[in-house]
Design a protein around this ligand. Structure first.
Ligand code: ADP
Ligand code: SF4
Length: 695
């Protein structure tokens, strides 16, 4: 991006805005939005189109699709990505390319043949891979690949060629072949684990790389005059294609692809959560690769700091700053750096809630950016709010993530906003949770909003202001958001026990609120009962061990922190518990709490057994802290007389959920002020499959 006279860019960051050549095309700067899923894919193409268009507006030099399946003999149902199987798939892909290119970015398409990672549950085709082997998927689908023979390999090459030509017709500038994260056929052939063939496609690295050479050369022949051909590889595969061999592959083919996009091991490694990996975590694995090739190298690392980015470029580690999650949390990172607004960057917190949209085949959310995937569905833009409606004043009660986002977004619309907080600091649950082991980065949810609110003359924050219903009626703000949060239950109720359990008052019972308030059990034997299944149980077990307790973690699930399968953290959490010496009891609930221990019941047989302990920590369910809301609701007839047009409860005060749900609720509250929903209309746009004509 040439620096114009109006640019307030810090000259230290100029290097990030240098154009970089990629084969026959040139990126306008070094910001490279690597392929990332979003839970929308072929089911919600227009939602994906507008999400990518916002990134174009945000100044990215290169913008990619998510993985695009190129043939029905390899698809990854139930996951929802994109497809380029035949000509009728071109229009959706073309609309995406047009959106990506709308502000001068290069449009990239990531083509994937999933091989051992595609179960073909939808197409019902027999999966193909380098050898006969069980499919390797999250769900351990009980199907296998058949070993590809020479004819299959010829077919595979032809299908790739068809996809290259279709990608060109769809208007893309870059094709990236997916060979990372264990998800792409390039890696399956390169790896000595998934390729144990004895023909010229197996054995030596030279042989295992044969398909790699063929596919890239044929891409260059087919479309390489106008399109760049890139590859996405993993920097290591535990026990298989290790970093040293990856370097050999690159050196052997140093000028073959036009660009090397380096992922980091498995998807779990590459999208490492902040609880386990910091910014720039792949540096040691990617360092030195640039010396093995003349072509540009892209790497990721949850980069949100322009100084860290500049350092990567200046030290010759990377040519492009690759980003998926940082571009989700803030699609405007490049523009904010360019405009000298670094402090306005909404930094990714590394929670991986965005990943859960893909893992649950729903549609992604982002904790930091509530507009993600709502650009088309709701017409929400991450940087622009709708104009203020007819009223002028808003009172937000509670400064947790819901209240903070409601305040920020309503003030951006132009309302006069008062934020009343019972305590003396901003942040609510985020303030407390960010002090727990591994969760410091989560404080960014508060920090971004506190900074923004601090700049706004139309926001007034009142601390030590625990409001009553009478206060709210006396103040007479036109709109009120009750964002008073939630409290953890002490009575054992969650999923396994739907009614309160028997408890002997002699046993000290704690909740996460007690521990976060700095009142933990005094060491000894502690049973932590996790019927919540997200992060809190594992995090508090770690805290208790650090405090000197001997911890037994009991959960009715078969896994510790089971829902974190969706955030790609589960394996690391369970490993951490084992390493910390936590005794893990799975498939058991706590059915009763006695004076000297707890009674466990087997989740399968109901058989009971006793274990002794000195204290119990209940990580079960939360209840809305909604007394204020209930009182206001009971006095609804007085609202109009007090000048109040609406009162809504939002976030955890309405129904407890992860932080991303709270920021979304806060944002939605602000967007919908002074709007009246159309009778019977659903609150978002959706795309309905067009019916094919009946034969
Ligand atoms: P959410 O996740 O929905 O944003 P939090 O629990 O993080 O909710 O935040 C709720 C905030 O509301 C806390 O900071 C709490 O101190 C504050 N709060 C609770 N009740 C009141 C009240 N009556 N008046 C003002 N602030 C309140
Ligand atoms: Fe980052 Fe969390 Fe947003 Fe994903 S959901 S982009 S990890 S803040």
């Amino acid at each position: 991006m040439p620096k114009d006279n109006l640019s307030k860019r810090d000259p230290r960051y100029d290097i990030l805005f240098e154009p970089v050549r990629i084969g026959p095309v040139t990126a306008k700067n070094r910001f490279y939005q690597v392929p990332h899923c979003n839970g929308g894919g072929y089911r919600d193409p227009s939602a994906v189109v507008e999400m990518r268009r916002v990134k174009a507006e945000g100044g990215w030099g290169v913008i990619f699709t998510e993985q695009v399946e190129l043939h029905p003999t390899s698809e990854i149902t139930p996951f929802i990505e994109l497809r380029l199987w035949e000509d009728q798939d071109i229009p959706a892909l073309a609309r995406m390319a047009e959106a990506m290119k709308s502000q001068g970015a290069l449009a990239g398409v990531e083509l994937a043949y999933s091989g051992v990672n595609g179960s073909n549950l939808y197409s019902k085709e027999v999966p193909r891979g380098p050898m006969n082997a069980p499919i390797l998927t999250f769900y351990k689908d009980p199907v296998s690949t058949r070993a590809m023979d020479k004819e299959d390999i010829r077919d595979l090459r032809r299908w790739h060629r068809d996809a290259y030509l279709r990608a060109k017709r769809a208007g893309y500038d870059i094709i990236e072949l997916y060979g990372a994260h264990g998800f792409g056929i390039l890696q399956h052939f390169l790896s000595p684990l998934t390729n144990q063939r004895s023909d010229e496609y197996g054995g030596s690295l030279e042989n295992r790389a044969r398909l790699f050479r063929e596919l890239i050369s044929e891409a260059k022949d087919a479309v390489g005059d106008t399109m760049a051909i890139a590859v996405r590889l993993s920097l290591h595969e535990m026990g298989g294609l290790e970093n040293a061999e990856v370097r050999d592959v690159i050196e052997m083919h140093r000028d073959l692809p036009d660009l090397w996009d380096m992922g980091h091991g498995t998807w779990e490694d590459c999208s490492g959560p902040s609880r386990f990996t910091g910014e720039g975590a792949q540096e040691s694995l990617v360092s030195g690769i640039k010396k093995l090739t003349d072509k540009p190298v892209v790497g990721v690392g949850r980069f949100t700091s322009p100084d860290a980015m500049v350092s990567q470029i200046k030290r010759g580690v990377l040519d492009f700053i690759g980003a998926a999650r940082p571009s989700i949390a803030d699609p405007f990172i490049p523009r904010k750096i360019d405009e000298g607004r670094v402090e306005d960057i909404r930094e990714c917190i590394g929670c991986n809630i965005c990943v859960t949209g893909d893992m649950t085949m729903s549609i992604s959310r982002c904790t930091q950016n509530p507009t993600f995937m709502e650009e088309w569905r709701k017409g929400w833009h991450p940087e622009k709010m709708n104009a203020r409606g007819e009223s002028g004043t808003v009172l937000v009660i509670g400064a947790g993530p819901a209240g903070l986002e409601a305040t920020r977004a309503a003030a951006r619309r132009g309302y006069e906003v008062a934020l009343a907080e019972a305590g003396t600091e901003l942040g609510g649950r985020v303030r407390l949770e960010s002090k727990l082991p591994g969760l410091a980065t989560w404080g960014r949810v508060r920090d971004y909003r506190a900074h923004q609110i601090g700049q706004m003359p139309n926001v007034n924050v009142y601390f030590d202001s625990s409001l009553s219903a009478q206060d709210v009626l006396d103040f007479g703000f036109e709109h009120v958001a009750v964002a008073t949060g939630s409290i953890w239950r002490r009575d054992g109720v969650a999923r396994h026990n739907l009614v309160p359990i028997r408890m002997d008052a002699a046993m000290p019972v704690f909740t996460p609120d007690d521990l976060m308030a700095g009142k933990p059990p005094d060491g000894g034997e502690v049973v932590l009962y996790d019927d919540d299944h997200y992060y809190m149980g594992g995090v508090l077990a770690e805290l208790l061990v650090r405090n000197g307790a001997r911890v037994t973690l009991v959960t009715p699930s078969n896994l510790v922190s089971e829902w974190t399968l969706n955030t790609l953290e589960q394996r690391r959490i369970q490993a951490k518990m084992i390493e910390l010496g936590v005794t893990i009891v799975t498939a058991h609930g706590v059915g009763a709490v006695g004076a000297k221990g707890v009674t466990l019941d087997c989740a399968y047989t109901g058989r009971t057994r006793e274990i002794a302990c000195d204290a119990v920590v209940m990580v079960t369910a939360r209840l809305p802290n909604d007394a204020l809301w209930q009182e206001l609701k009971a006095r609804e007839s007085e609202w109009a007389g007090a000048g109040i047009k609406s009162i809504k409860r939002i976030g955890d005060a309405e129904a407890p959920a992860p932080i991303a749900w709270a920021t979304y609720a806060g944002h939605r509250f602000a967007r919908e002020l002074d709007t009246v929903p159309e009778d019977g209309a659903i609150p978002f746009r959706r795309e309905v499959t067009e019916l094919a004509p009946m034969e």
